[in-house]
Design a protein. Structure first.
Length: 304
């Protein structure tokens, strides 16, 4: 009981798999917790674990100064909080959304007298509250809110503040997830190539892990080149060579009866970069192809 007196009380709206994992972690750490979920039955187990269950979202918001949202989408946030007095509340939105939604929701909250921080969760529900699992949350928006509640926000996982632009948590979240899916695409293609051959997936797996780990240098290398604008210094495998070699990848896929649609977009992008100006781009590495992805003006300051 004594611990509860010194732990920040908070409200959590949304008890899906992630919300429930968050709730249990805060409860286990001794934080007085008020919960609400549109389907009330999902709160029953948490009530048995010490959570106070609010009958309405308005009641839940009124209960505490710190209100965390973990709902289906941004529209759900708007409909859930519609008409509720948010004056003086600190809103932490862990609902998955886009950078534009984060910025819009921050302005919406400010108009209603609330401070706002958007969050992007880089963890699965099973990683929440398990420090060794390495999960964390990106936060952006009100620095004052983040600093004030940092200890509470760090209970479920690491807390990484990425700027006062409310859209930057979602931007970081989606950037990392996009890279993840690109990696998954390449791995999926590799396994498809060996299907039906006398090559066991379990034998290929350690080779894939080793090779992808060795290629990890590209992350920092690309960042340096995009910053400097120099795509030609100390290039090991130039764009001309890589475009020529890409034909082997496509012919092998055809021979194996594998659809190459998971890798052709990147190969096509390299070829487009080379063909735009062979004399200028042949000696580059592949990083220059990234500049072709920004097809129209956007928020980016560098204007890739």
């Amino acid at each position: 009981m004594t611990d509860n007196l010194v732990k920040t009380p908070l409200t959590l709206l949304g008890l899906g798999d992630m919300g429930t994992a968050l709730a249990r972690t805060w409860l286990a750490a001794g934080h007085p917790l008020t919960v609400w979920n549109r389907t009330a039955a999902k709160a029953e187990a948490l009530a048995a674990e010490g959570a106070r269950v609010a009958a309405t979202a308005a009641e839940a918001v009124a209960a505490n100064g710190l209100v965390v949202l973990c709902l289906l989408d941004d529209d759900s946030v708007g409909s859930t909080l519609d008409g509720i007095d948010l004056t003086g509340r600190d809103l932490v939105d862990l609902t998955t959304g886009t950078p534009a939604e984060g910025r819009s929701r921050a302005a919406w909250a400010q108009e209603r007298g609330a401070r706002f921080v958007d969050g992007g969760i880089m963890a699965t529900p099973s990683m929440i509250g398990v420090p060794e699992a390495g999960g964390y949350v990106f936060y952006s928006g009100s620095r004052a809110l983040f600093d004030h509640h940092r200890a509470t926000l760090e209970v479920p996982g690491g807390a990484r503040f990425v700027g006062e632009d409310p859209g930057h948590a979602a931007l970081h979240d989606v950037a990392l997830l996009s890279a993840m899916y690109g990696l998954f695409a390449g791995i999926s293609h590799a396994y498809a190539l060996i299907d039906g051959e006398d090559v066991a997936p379990k034998d290929l797996a350690p080779l894939l892990s080793e090779w992808l780990g060795a290629m990890g240098f590209f992350v920092g290398n690309a960042a340096d080149r995009l910053t400097s604008g120099d795509f030609t210094t100390a290039v090991v495998s130039n764009l001309s060579m890589q475009v020529a070699a890409s034909g082997t990848l496509l012919r092998t896929a055809a021979e194996q009866g594998v659809d190459a649609k998971l890798i052709t977009p990147y190969l096509d992008l390299m070829r487009e970069r080379l063909e735009a100006d062979p004399a200028a781009h042949a000696g580059e590495d592949t990083t220059g192809a990234i500049t072709l992805l920004r097809r129209r003006p956007g928020r980016g300051r560098r204007g890739l």
